[in-house]
Design a binder for this molecule. Sequence first.
Ligand SMILES: [Zn+2]
Length: 88
Amino acid sequence: MKTTTYKEVTKKVVDKTTTICDFCKEEIKNKDFRVDDATLECKVGYCYPEGGSATTYIVDICPNCFIDKVKPWVESQGIEFREEEIDY
Ligand SMILES: [Zn+2]
């Protein structure tokens, strides 16, 4: 015979996530149907089929600061951004 007992646990779940731009300190808001998004991160480590480890360096940045601050700096280093259109 199999018996099962249960216990009550208190569990934390994500209620709301707020992301603040590290540059301008404004909240990065995701509005309905907008696709404004900027990602600035670097992952360094190893990933094998059986496991791995890595460190990810992340900066939270809003699209405006990416366009106004990061993009000009990257371009000043001689790098030209590739633009890709999304259409679906
Ligand atoms: Zn910003």
